[in-house]
Design a protein around this ligand. Structure first.
Ligand code: SF4
Length: 329
C-alpha cells in the first residue's frame, strides 16, 4: 500500500483556531433593525471555544444605524433591490453589494462564513422577495451582501445558522472549514508539487466519504501535472476539492471508507478482532450506533498497530475531537 508523503505538508499548529466571519447578530451583537440580536447557542457556546469569530453587520456598515427601518428585497428574485420597507425610496442595493465585494477582499484570512438566515442582506437562500405591489413573490432570493461576498469567494465554506442545527450539515461545514484552513496554511508556506500531492493523499478517505467519483477525477488532474505546473493546477484542484467536500457523506459512503481503512489492520488482528470491527461498522451502517463508535475503535487499533499512511489521513480527525461532531451522525 502507498505511503502518504505527508511529511512534506506543513501541519496546522497544535490548538490552531480558524477565523470564521459571522453575521454579527449571531454572536449576540445588538445590531438588528430593532436593536436586538439573534445569538446562536451553537456559535456562542460551542464553536466559540474552537474558532475566532470576525463579526460583520453589513447594514450597520453601510450606514443604516441601530435602530433602523427594516429593509426587504423587492422585484425580480434573480436580481432584487434592497429597499426600505417603510420608505421604499431608501435603496441600499448598491452599497450592500459594494460592501460585500470589499469584505470578500479584505477578509482573506477567514476560513468560512456563517450567515444569518432569511436576512435581505445576509441570507444565503430562500430570502423573501416582494413584488412591487408589496406581496411576497413565489421565489426566494439571496441577501445582497451575501450574494456579492459569495460571488467573489466561491470556494469559501459558507453556511446559515439555521442549517447548522442539522448534525450532518454541521459536520460537513466544519470539515470544509478545516480543509480551507489547511489549504491556506499550505499556500502560506509555499506551494510545491510535492505538497499538493501530499495534501491530496491526506484527503483520500475524506474525499471518498464525500464524493468518491471526485476523488478519482482529482487524482487524474494531479496525475497529469508536469513538474512546474503546481501553481497553475492548484486553484482548479482546490475549487473541485471544495465542491466535492460540500456534498454530504452518507452512512453508506462512511461505511465504505471505514471498511477500506479496516483493511490496513487485516494482518494485525485475529479473527475475533476483525469480527468485532466488522460488526461495529455494520451497526453504524444500519443506524444502530453513531460514526464515532467504529471510529474510536479504529483509532484505538491504529494506536496499537500504527500505519503511516492511515496516520496521515484527515478522515480520522478532520476537526477537533472536542467538538464531538461525529457523536451525532
Ligand atoms: S445585516 Fe446581517 S448581521 Fe446585521 S443584523 Fe441583519 S442579519 Fe444580522
Amino acid at each position: 500500500m502507498r505511503e502518504c508523503p505527508s511529511s512534506d505538508l506543513p501541519a496546522l499548529p497544535e490548538g490552531f483556531r480558524p477565523k470564521l466571519a459571522i453575521s454579527a447578530c449571531l454572536i449576540g451583537e445588538e445590531v438588528r433593525y430593532n436593536g436586538g440580536h439573534k445569538a446562536s447557542q451553537f456559535c456562542t457556546r460551542v464553536l466559540a471555544e474552537h474558532v475566532d469569530f470576525v463579526p460583520v453587520c453589513p447594514e450597520v456598515a453601510v450606514g443604516l444605524g441601530v435602530p433602523r427601518q427594516p429593509i426587504r428585497l423587492v422585484g425580480d428574485a434573480a436580481q432584487p433591490r434592497a429597499l426600505g420597507s417603510v420608505t421604499p425610496s431608501l435603496d441600499v442595493t448598491a452599497p450592500l453589494a459594494e460592501y460585500g465585494e470589499r469584505m470578500a477582499a479584505s477578509l482573506s484570512g477567514v476560513s468560512g462564513y456563517i450567515f444569518m438566515h432569511k436576512s435581505p442582506s445576509c441570507g444565503l437562500e430562500r430570502v423573501k422577495v416582494y413584488r412591487e405591489d408589496g406581496v411576497p413573490g413565489p421565489d426566494g432570493g439571496r441577501g445582497l451582501y451575501a450574494q456579492a461576498f459569495c460571488a467573489a469567494r466561491p470556494d469559501l465554506p459558507v453556511e446559515e445558522d439555521g442549517r447548522l442545527c442539522d448534525p450532518v450539515l454541521r459536520e460537513n461545514f466544519l470539515v470544509r472549514v478545516y480543509a480551507y484552513a489547511q489549504w491556506q496554511h499550505l499556500l502560506a508556506h509555499g506551494l510545491t508539487k510535492g505538497r499538493l500531492l501530499a495534501f491530496h493523499a491526506r484527503y483520500k478517505y475524506q474525499l471518498m466519504a464525500n464524493h468518491p467519483q471526485h476523488y478519482k477525477t482529482l487524482g487524474r488532474l494531479l496525475g497529469s501535472m508536469g513538474r512546474d505546473q503546481a501553481e497553475t493546477i492548484a486553484p482548479h484542484y482546490f475549487s473541485a476539492l471544495m465542491a466535492a467536500l460540500s456534498r454530504c457523506a452518507t452512512r453508506g459512503t462512511h461505511s465504505n471508507v471505514l471498511q477500506h481503512i479496516a483493511g490496513y489492520l487485516r494482518g494485525s488482528l485475529d479473527r475475533a478482532g476483525r469480527q468485532e470491527l466488522e460488526q461495529l461498522i455494520a451497526q453504524y451502517r444500519n443506524g444502530v450506533v453513531p460514526l464515532v463508535v467504529p471510529l474510536t475503535l479504529l483509532k484505538h487499533l491504529f494506536r496499537l498497530y500504527p500505519h503511516p499512511y492511515i496516520a496521515g489521513q484527515v478522515y480520522l480527525q478532520p476537526h477537533p475531537e472536542t467538538l464531538s461532531l461525529r457523536n451525532a451522525i
